[in-house]
Design a protein around this ligand. Sequence first.
Ligand code: 9MR
Length: 436
Amino acid sequence: MPRKFLAAAAALAAATAGIAVAGNAWAATTLGASAAQTGRYYGAAIAAGRLGDSTYTRILSTEFNAVTPENEMKWDATEPQQGRFTYTNGDRILAQGQAIGAKVRGHALLWHAQQPGWAQGMSGSALRNAAINHVTQVATHYRGKIYAWDVVNEAFADGGSGGRRDSNLQRTGNDWIEAAFRAARAADPNAKLCYNDYNTDGINAKSTGIYNMVRDFKSRGVPIDCVGLQSHLGTTIDSTYQQNIQRFADLGVDVQITELDVQQGGNQANIFATVTRACLAVSRCTGITVWGIRDSDSWRSDNPLLFDGNGNKKAAYTSVLNALNAGGATPDPDPEPEPEPEPGAGCTATLTPNAWTGGYTTSVRVNAGGSALTGWTVSVSLPSGGTITNAWNATVSGSTFTNVGYNGRVPAGGTTEFGFQGTGAPPTATPVCQGS
Ligand code: 9MR
Protein backbone atom coordinates (compact mmCIF):
# COMPACT_ATOMS: atom_id res chain seq x y z
CA MET A 1 0.00 0.00 0.00
CA PRO A 2 1.37 3.47 -0.83
CA ARG A 3 2.82 5.25 2.16
CA LYS A 4 0.12 7.93 2.44
CA PHE A 5 -2.62 5.29 2.50
CA LEU A 6 -0.75 3.38 5.17
CA ALA A 7 -0.64 6.49 7.33
CA ALA A 8 -4.32 7.14 6.73
CA ALA A 9 -5.18 3.54 7.57
CA ALA A 10 -3.17 3.74 10.78
CA ALA A 11 -4.88 6.96 11.76
CA LEU A 12 -8.28 5.41 11.08
CA ALA A 13 -7.47 2.32 13.11
CA ALA A 14 -6.16 4.53 15.90
CA ALA A 15 -9.27 6.69 15.89
CA THR A 16 -11.46 3.62 16.22
CA ALA A 17 -9.39 2.48 19.17
CA GLY A 18 -9.66 5.88 20.84
CA ILE A 19 -6.08 6.79 20.07
CA ALA A 20 -5.11 10.14 18.54
CA VAL A 21 -2.03 10.82 16.50
CA ALA A 22 -0.51 14.12 17.57
CA GLY A 23 2.73 14.76 15.70
CA ASN A 24 4.77 11.65 16.35
CA ALA A 25 3.24 10.99 19.77
CA TRP A 26 0.35 8.60 20.18
CA ALA A 27 -1.95 9.41 23.04
CA ALA A 28 -5.20 7.66 23.76
CA THR A 29 -8.24 9.92 23.95
CA THR A 30 -10.58 7.95 26.17
CA LEU A 31 -10.20 6.82 29.76
CA GLY A 32 -10.44 3.13 28.95
CA ALA A 33 -8.00 3.23 26.02
CA SER A 34 -5.55 5.34 28.04
CA ALA A 35 -5.65 2.95 30.98
CA ALA A 36 -5.27 0.00 28.58
CA GLN A 37 -1.91 1.38 27.44
CA THR A 38 -0.48 0.17 30.76
CA GLY A 39 -2.65 -2.96 30.93
CA ARG A 40 -5.20 -1.44 33.27
CA TYR A 41 -8.93 -0.75 33.10
CA TYR A 42 -10.90 2.40 33.80
CA GLY A 43 -14.41 1.58 34.91
CA ALA A 44 -17.66 3.08 36.14
CA ALA A 45 -20.42 1.92 38.44
CA ILE A 46 -23.59 1.79 36.40
CA ALA A 47 -27.28 1.44 37.19
CA ALA A 48 -29.71 -0.71 35.20
CA GLY A 49 -32.35 2.02 35.49
CA ARG A 50 -30.20 4.46 33.53
CA LEU A 51 -29.35 2.27 30.56
CA GLY A 52 -32.20 3.81 28.55
CA ASP A 53 -30.52 7.25 28.73
CA SER A 54 -28.61 7.71 25.48
CA THR A 55 -26.14 10.31 26.83
CA TYR A 56 -25.31 7.94 29.66
CA THR A 57 -24.78 4.90 27.45
CA ARG A 58 -22.82 6.93 24.89
CA ILE A 59 -20.33 8.06 27.54
CA LEU A 60 -20.24 4.57 29.02
CA SER A 61 -19.43 2.83 25.76
CA THR A 62 -16.95 5.47 24.61
CA GLU A 63 -14.97 6.04 27.78
CA PHE A 64 -15.04 2.98 30.01
CA ASN A 65 -13.73 -0.56 29.75
CA ALA A 66 -15.02 -1.90 33.06
CA VAL A 67 -18.38 -1.74 34.82
CA THR A 68 -19.64 -2.43 38.33
CA PRO A 69 -23.35 -2.79 39.13
CA GLU A 70 -24.12 0.00 41.59
CA ASN A 71 -26.85 -2.00 43.36
CA GLU A 72 -28.02 -4.83 41.10
CA MET A 73 -25.89 -7.71 42.39
CA LYS A 74 -26.31 -6.95 46.09
CA TRP A 75 -27.99 -9.40 48.45
CA ASP A 76 -31.34 -7.57 48.63
CA ALA A 77 -31.48 -7.40 44.82
CA THR A 78 -30.47 -10.99 44.08
CA GLU A 79 -32.21 -12.95 46.88
CA PRO A 80 -35.22 -10.89 47.96
CA GLN A 81 -36.79 -13.98 49.50
CA GLN A 82 -34.71 -16.74 50.97
CA GLY A 83 -33.76 -19.25 48.30
CA ARG A 84 -35.51 -17.29 45.51
CA PHE A 85 -32.95 -15.63 43.31
CA THR A 86 -33.63 -12.79 40.86
CA TYR A 87 -30.91 -11.87 38.43
CA THR A 88 -32.81 -9.72 35.93
CA ASN A 89 -31.07 -6.43 36.66
CA GLY A 90 -27.72 -7.97 37.47
CA ASP A 91 -27.87 -9.77 34.12
CA ARG A 92 -28.66 -6.46 32.37
CA ILE A 93 -25.49 -4.93 33.78
CA LEU A 94 -23.50 -8.00 32.78
CA ALA A 95 -24.92 -7.91 29.24
CA GLN A 96 -24.18 -4.19 28.89
CA GLY A 97 -20.62 -4.72 30.06
CA GLN A 98 -20.14 -7.64 27.68
CA ALA A 99 -21.65 -5.66 24.78
CA ILE A 100 -18.96 -2.99 25.09
CA GLY A 101 -16.15 -5.45 25.80
CA ALA A 102 -15.77 -4.28 29.38
CA LYS A 103 -14.61 -6.20 32.41
CA VAL A 104 -17.43 -6.72 34.91
CA ARG A 105 -16.71 -6.38 38.62
CA GLY A 106 -19.21 -8.17 40.85
CA HIS A 107 -20.42 -6.13 43.84
CA ALA A 108 -21.01 -7.35 46.54
CA LEU A 109 -21.69 -10.88 47.80
CA LEU A 110 -21.83 -10.18 51.56
CA TRP A 111 -22.29 -6.86 53.33
CA HIS A 112 -23.91 -5.74 56.57
CA ALA A 113 -26.02 -3.23 54.56
CA GLN A 114 -28.58 -3.83 51.80
CA GLN A 115 -29.47 -7.23 53.17
CA PRO A 116 -32.94 -8.51 52.38
CA GLY A 117 -35.33 -8.25 55.32
CA TRP A 118 -35.38 -12.00 55.91
CA ALA A 119 -31.59 -12.07 56.43
CA GLN A 120 -31.58 -9.00 58.69
CA GLY A 121 -33.74 -10.95 61.13
CA MET A 122 -31.50 -14.02 61.22
CA SER A 123 -28.55 -14.97 63.40
CA GLY A 124 -26.24 -17.82 64.34
CA SER A 125 -25.79 -20.87 62.17
CA ALA A 126 -29.03 -20.20 60.25
CA LEU A 127 -27.60 -16.87 59.07
CA ARG A 128 -24.15 -18.32 58.43
CA ASN A 129 -25.62 -21.08 56.28
CA ALA A 130 -27.88 -18.64 54.43
CA ALA A 131 -24.96 -16.28 53.79
CA ILE A 132 -22.68 -19.00 52.44
CA ASN A 133 -25.49 -20.35 50.30
CA HIS A 134 -25.99 -16.85 48.92
CA VAL A 135 -22.30 -16.59 48.00
CA THR A 136 -22.39 -20.01 46.35
CA GLN A 137 -25.57 -19.39 44.36
CA VAL A 138 -24.73 -15.92 43.07
CA ALA A 139 -21.09 -16.69 42.27
CA THR A 140 -22.26 -19.86 40.48
CA HIS A 141 -24.85 -17.95 38.43
CA TYR A 142 -22.14 -15.55 37.22
CA ARG A 143 -19.38 -18.16 37.05
CA GLY A 144 -16.76 -17.40 34.40
CA LYS A 145 -18.20 -13.95 33.61
CA ILE A 146 -16.94 -11.80 36.45
CA TYR A 147 -13.45 -10.31 36.44
CA ALA A 148 -13.38 -9.68 40.19
CA TRP A 149 -15.93 -10.13 42.98
CA ASP A 150 -16.20 -7.97 46.06
CA VAL A 151 -16.78 -11.07 48.17
CA VAL A 152 -17.04 -9.16 51.43
CA ASN A 153 -17.74 -5.44 51.69
CA GLU A 154 -17.06 -3.06 54.59
CA ALA A 155 -16.53 -5.56 57.41
CA PHE A 156 -14.05 -3.45 59.40
CA ALA A 157 -14.94 -0.81 61.99
CA ASP A 158 -14.25 2.88 61.57
CA GLY A 159 -12.17 4.65 64.18
CA GLY A 160 -8.98 3.50 65.80
CA SER A 161 -9.71 -0.09 66.79
CA GLY A 162 -8.54 -1.73 63.58
CA GLY A 163 -11.05 -4.48 64.36
CA ARG A 164 -14.18 -5.85 62.81
CA ARG A 165 -17.45 -3.97 62.56
CA ASP A 166 -20.26 -5.43 64.64
CA SER A 167 -22.97 -6.93 62.43
CA ASN A 168 -25.26 -9.92 62.28
CA LEU A 169 -22.67 -11.58 60.00
CA GLN A 170 -19.78 -10.84 62.37
CA ARG A 171 -21.78 -12.33 65.25
CA THR A 172 -21.87 -15.67 63.41
CA GLY A 173 -18.13 -15.97 64.19
CA ASN A 174 -14.92 -14.24 63.15
CA ASP A 175 -14.30 -16.81 60.42
CA TRP A 176 -17.32 -15.68 58.36
CA ILE A 177 -15.09 -13.76 55.96
CA GLU A 178 -12.79 -16.66 55.18
CA ALA A 179 -15.80 -18.97 54.83
CA ALA A 180 -17.22 -16.56 52.25
CA PHE A 181 -13.96 -16.44 50.29
CA ARG A 182 -13.66 -20.23 50.25
CA ALA A 183 -17.24 -20.58 49.02
CA ALA A 184 -16.69 -17.97 46.31
CA ARG A 185 -13.53 -19.70 45.08
CA ALA A 186 -15.31 -23.04 44.91
CA ALA A 187 -18.19 -21.49 42.95
CA ASP A 188 -16.13 -19.43 40.48
CA PRO A 189 -12.46 -20.41 40.41
CA ASN A 190 -11.61 -17.83 37.71
CA ALA A 191 -12.92 -14.67 39.35
CA LYS A 192 -10.47 -12.62 41.36
CA LEU A 193 -11.76 -12.47 44.92
CA CYS A 194 -11.53 -9.08 46.64
CA TYR A 195 -12.11 -7.61 50.06
CA ASN A 196 -13.53 -4.07 49.62
CA ASP A 197 -13.80 -1.18 52.10
CA TYR A 198 -13.86 2.63 52.57
CA ASN A 199 -11.83 4.98 54.79
CA THR A 200 -8.88 2.83 53.83
CA ASP A 201 -7.35 5.44 51.54
CA GLY A 202 -4.04 5.76 53.37
CA ILE A 203 -2.19 4.01 56.15
CA ASN A 204 -4.52 4.13 59.17
CA ALA A 205 -5.89 1.82 61.84
CA LYS A 206 -8.68 0.50 59.64
CA SER A 207 -6.52 -0.21 56.59
CA THR A 208 -3.95 -1.82 58.90
CA GLY A 209 -6.61 -4.12 60.34
CA ILE A 210 -7.47 -5.20 56.79
CA TYR A 211 -3.80 -5.51 55.91
CA ASN A 212 -3.33 -7.89 58.85
CA MET A 213 -6.32 -9.95 57.77
CA VAL A 214 -5.01 -10.25 54.20
CA ARG A 215 -1.56 -11.22 55.47
CA ASP A 216 -3.14 -13.86 57.70
CA PHE A 217 -5.28 -15.16 54.81
CA LYS A 218 -2.24 -15.42 52.54
CA SER A 219 -0.24 -17.26 55.21
CA ARG A 220 -3.01 -19.78 55.80
CA GLY A 221 -3.97 -20.30 52.17
CA VAL A 222 -7.39 -18.64 52.41
CA PRO A 223 -8.18 -17.67 48.80
CA ILE A 224 -7.95 -13.89 48.37
CA ASP A 225 -6.66 -12.15 45.24
CA CYS A 226 -7.32 -8.46 45.64
CA VAL A 227 -8.18 -5.58 47.91
CA GLY A 228 -10.60 -2.87 46.85
CA LEU A 229 -9.93 0.62 48.16
CA GLN A 230 -13.19 2.48 47.61
CA SER A 231 -11.76 6.00 47.72
CA HIS A 232 -14.82 8.12 48.42
CA LEU A 233 -12.77 11.27 48.93
CA GLY A 234 -13.33 14.79 50.20
CA THR A 235 -11.14 17.83 49.64
CA THR A 236 -7.83 16.24 50.67
CA ILE A 237 -5.95 13.05 49.95
CA ASP A 238 -3.82 11.19 52.48
CA SER A 239 -0.09 11.58 51.87
CA THR A 240 0.30 7.81 52.31
CA TYR A 241 -2.28 6.94 49.61
CA GLN A 242 0.27 5.33 47.24
CA GLN A 243 2.29 3.77 50.05
CA ASN A 244 -0.87 2.08 51.27
CA ILE A 245 -1.59 0.61 47.82
CA GLN A 246 2.00 -0.58 47.67
CA ARG A 247 1.93 -2.34 51.03
CA PHE A 248 -1.12 -4.36 50.02
CA ALA A 249 0.50 -5.20 46.67
CA ASP A 250 3.58 -6.37 48.57
CA LEU A 251 1.42 -8.97 50.34
CA GLY A 252 0.85 -10.61 46.95
CA VAL A 253 -2.65 -9.32 46.15
CA ASP A 254 -3.87 -6.99 43.41
CA VAL A 255 -5.26 -3.63 44.41
CA GLN A 256 -8.19 -1.95 42.68
CA ILE A 257 -9.59 1.52 43.27
CA THR A 258 -13.22 0.50 43.34
CA GLU A 259 -15.59 3.42 44.03
CA LEU A 260 -13.71 6.61 43.35
CA ASP A 261 -15.45 9.95 43.70
CA VAL A 262 -14.04 13.26 44.96
CA GLN A 263 -15.82 16.28 46.41
CA GLN A 264 -15.99 19.20 44.00
CA GLY A 265 -14.97 22.61 45.26
CA GLY A 266 -11.60 21.67 46.68
CA ASN A 267 -8.83 20.21 44.61
CA GLN A 268 -11.01 17.84 42.68
CA ALA A 269 -8.95 17.67 39.49
CA ASN A 270 -5.67 17.36 41.39
CA ILE A 271 -6.98 14.67 43.69
CA PHE A 272 -8.28 12.62 40.78
CA ALA A 273 -4.85 12.94 39.12
CA THR A 274 -3.06 11.96 42.34
CA VAL A 275 -5.17 8.82 42.66
CA THR A 276 -4.47 7.94 39.01
CA ARG A 277 -0.72 8.42 39.36
CA ALA A 278 -0.64 6.40 42.59
CA CYS A 279 -2.35 3.45 40.94
CA LEU A 280 -0.11 3.69 37.87
CA ALA A 281 2.97 3.70 40.08
CA VAL A 282 2.14 0.30 41.59
CA SER A 283 2.30 -2.56 39.11
CA ARG A 284 -0.30 -4.62 40.98
CA CYS A 285 -2.83 -1.76 41.00
CA THR A 286 -4.85 -3.13 38.10
CA GLY A 287 -7.60 -0.56 37.56
CA ILE A 288 -9.77 2.29 38.75
CA THR A 289 -13.55 2.52 38.89
CA VAL A 290 -15.45 5.77 39.42
CA TRP A 291 -18.73 5.48 41.31
CA GLY A 292 -21.03 6.76 38.56
CA ILE A 293 -20.70 8.60 35.25
CA ARG A 294 -22.20 12.12 35.52
CA ASP A 295 -22.52 14.21 38.67
CA SER A 296 -26.26 13.73 38.36
CA ASP A 297 -25.81 9.94 38.53
CA SER A 298 -23.93 10.05 41.83
CA TRP A 299 -25.16 8.94 45.25
CA ARG A 300 -23.46 12.15 46.51
CA SER A 301 -24.71 15.70 46.04
CA ASP A 302 -21.28 17.38 45.83
CA ASN A 303 -20.65 16.80 42.11
CA PRO A 304 -17.89 14.25 42.68
CA LEU A 305 -17.54 12.70 39.21
CA LEU A 306 -15.75 13.29 35.88
CA PHE A 307 -18.75 14.42 33.76
CA ASP A 308 -21.22 17.16 34.66
CA GLY A 309 -24.97 16.67 34.67
CA ASN A 310 -25.12 17.39 30.93
CA GLY A 311 -22.50 14.79 30.16
CA ASN A 312 -19.72 17.30 29.50
CA LYS A 313 -16.15 16.46 30.46
CA LYS A 314 -14.96 18.33 33.56
CA ALA A 315 -11.47 19.54 34.41
CA ALA A 316 -11.14 16.41 36.53
CA TYR A 317 -11.69 14.30 33.41
CA THR A 318 -8.82 15.97 31.59
CA SER A 319 -6.51 15.60 34.57
CA VAL A 320 -7.25 11.87 34.74
CA LEU A 321 -6.76 11.39 31.00
CA ASN A 322 -3.43 13.24 31.06
CA ALA A 323 -2.25 11.25 34.07
CA LEU A 324 -3.20 7.97 32.36
CA ASN A 325 -1.37 8.99 29.21
CA ALA A 326 1.74 9.87 31.17
CA GLY A 327 2.08 6.12 31.77
CA GLY A 328 3.27 4.11 34.71
CA ALA A 329 4.47 0.77 35.92
CA THR A 330 3.10 -1.92 33.64
CA PRO A 331 1.28 -4.70 35.42
CA ASP A 332 2.98 -8.03 34.98
CA PRO A 333 0.43 -10.12 33.07
CA ASP A 334 2.09 -13.29 34.30
CA PRO A 335 3.30 -12.64 37.84
CA GLU A 336 5.57 -15.19 39.53
CA PRO A 337 3.45 -17.78 41.28
CA GLU A 338 3.06 -17.11 44.98
CA PRO A 339 5.56 -19.05 47.03
CA GLU A 340 3.90 -22.05 48.62
CA PRO A 341 3.33 -21.53 52.33
CA GLU A 342 6.13 -23.01 54.45
CA PRO A 343 5.44 -26.71 54.90
CA GLY A 344 2.86 -27.07 57.58
CA ALA A 345 2.33 -23.34 58.05
CA GLY A 346 -1.38 -23.75 57.40
CA CYS A 347 -3.60 -25.71 59.76
CA THR A 348 -6.96 -25.29 61.43
CA ALA A 349 -8.40 -26.75 64.61
CA THR A 350 -11.97 -27.46 65.68
CA LEU A 351 -13.38 -28.17 69.14
CA THR A 352 -16.05 -30.72 70.06
CA PRO A 353 -16.83 -30.07 73.72
CA ASN A 354 -18.77 -32.29 76.06
CA ALA A 355 -19.92 -30.03 78.91
CA TRP A 356 -21.58 -30.42 82.31
CA THR A 357 -22.33 -27.83 84.98
CA GLY A 358 -18.98 -26.35 85.99
CA GLY A 359 -16.76 -28.33 83.65
CA TYR A 360 -16.15 -30.03 80.33
CA THR A 361 -13.89 -32.20 78.26
CA THR A 362 -13.28 -31.44 74.63
CA SER A 363 -11.64 -33.19 71.76
CA VAL A 364 -9.70 -31.02 69.33
CA ARG A 365 -9.21 -32.02 65.73
CA VAL A 366 -6.13 -30.59 64.01
CA ASN A 367 -6.51 -30.38 60.22
CA ALA A 368 -3.44 -29.93 58.05
CA GLY A 369 -3.99 -27.58 55.11
CA GLY A 370 -2.57 -28.15 51.65
CA SER A 371 0.85 -29.15 52.98
CA ALA A 372 2.10 -31.63 55.53
CA LEU A 373 2.82 -30.61 59.13
CA THR A 374 5.92 -31.64 61.04
CA GLY A 375 4.55 -30.18 64.28
CA TRP A 376 1.72 -27.93 65.51
CA THR A 377 0.50 -25.71 68.30
CA VAL A 378 -3.13 -24.87 69.02
CA SER A 379 -4.04 -21.82 71.10
CA VAL A 380 -7.46 -21.81 72.72
CA SER A 381 -9.25 -18.79 74.22
CA LEU A 382 -10.88 -19.82 77.47
CA PRO A 383 -14.00 -18.10 78.77
CA SER A 384 -13.02 -15.91 81.73
CA GLY A 385 -12.53 -17.76 85.00
CA GLY A 386 -11.93 -21.09 83.25
CA THR A 387 -8.84 -23.24 83.81
CA ILE A 388 -7.38 -26.29 82.09
CA THR A 389 -6.90 -29.23 84.42
CA ASN A 390 -5.71 -32.01 82.19
CA ALA A 391 -4.67 -32.73 78.55
CA TRP A 392 -4.09 -35.87 76.49
CA ASN A 393 -2.17 -36.42 73.28
CA ALA A 394 -0.65 -32.92 73.68
CA THR A 395 1.39 -30.91 76.18
CA VAL A 396 -0.15 -27.74 77.56
CA SER A 397 1.31 -24.43 78.63
CA GLY A 398 -1.23 -21.78 79.62
CA SER A 399 -3.92 -22.44 77.04
CA THR A 400 -1.57 -23.41 74.19
CA PHE A 401 -1.23 -27.06 73.26
CA THR A 402 1.74 -28.59 71.44
CA ASN A 403 1.98 -31.93 69.70
CA VAL A 404 3.71 -34.82 71.41
CA GLY A 405 6.31 -37.03 69.73
CA TYR A 406 3.94 -39.35 67.96
CA ASN A 407 1.36 -36.95 66.52
CA GLY A 408 3.35 -33.95 65.20
CA ARG A 409 3.49 -35.28 61.66
CA VAL A 410 0.22 -34.87 59.79
CA PRO A 411 0.08 -35.45 56.03
CA ALA A 412 -1.36 -32.78 53.74
CA GLY A 413 -5.12 -32.85 54.10
CA GLY A 414 -4.84 -35.22 57.11
CA THR A 415 -6.00 -34.81 60.71
CA THR A 416 -5.00 -35.77 64.24
CA GLU A 417 -6.79 -35.34 67.55
CA PHE A 418 -5.99 -34.40 71.12
CA GLY A 419 -8.15 -33.41 74.06
CA PHE A 420 -8.30 -31.56 77.33
CA GLN A 421 -10.42 -31.10 80.41
CA GLY A 422 -11.32 -27.76 82.00
CA THR A 423 -13.40 -26.01 84.59
CA GLY A 424 -16.08 -23.43 83.84
CA ALA A 425 -17.77 -23.06 80.48
CA PRO A 426 -16.19 -24.73 77.44
CA PRO A 427 -14.38 -22.51 74.92
CA THR A 428 -16.40 -21.58 71.85
CA ALA A 429 -14.02 -19.40 69.81
CA THR A 430 -12.24 -21.07 66.91
CA PRO A 431 -8.74 -21.97 68.15
CA VAL A 432 -5.66 -20.62 66.39
CA CYS A 433 -3.58 -23.40 64.82
CA GLN A 434 0.03 -22.83 63.85
CA GLY A 435 1.95 -25.48 61.97
CA SER A 436 5.62 -26.02 61.31
O1 9MR B 1 -24.38 4.06 45.24
C1 9MR B 1 -25.15 3.16 46.00
C2 9MR B 1 -26.50 3.76 46.31
O2 9MR B 1 -27.26 3.86 45.12
C3 9MR B 1 -27.24 2.92 47.34
O3 9MR B 1 -28.43 3.58 47.71
C4 9MR B 1 -26.34 2.70 48.53
C5 9MR B 1 -27.07 1.84 49.54
O4 9MR B 1 -26.31 1.56 50.66
O5 9MR B 1 -25.14 2.07 48.13
C6 9MR B 1 -24.40 2.88 47.28
O6 9MR B 1 -23.18 2.24 46.97
C7 9MR B 1 -22.29 1.97 48.06
C8 9MR B 1 -21.50 0.75 47.72
O7 9MR B 1 -22.36 -0.31 47.41
C9 9MR B 1 -20.56 0.36 48.85
N1 9MR B 1 -19.72 1.45 49.26
C10 9MR B 1 -20.40 2.72 49.50
C11 9MR B 1 -21.27 3.08 48.29
C12 9MR B 1 -21.89 4.46 48.49
O8 9MR B 1 -22.75 4.47 49.58
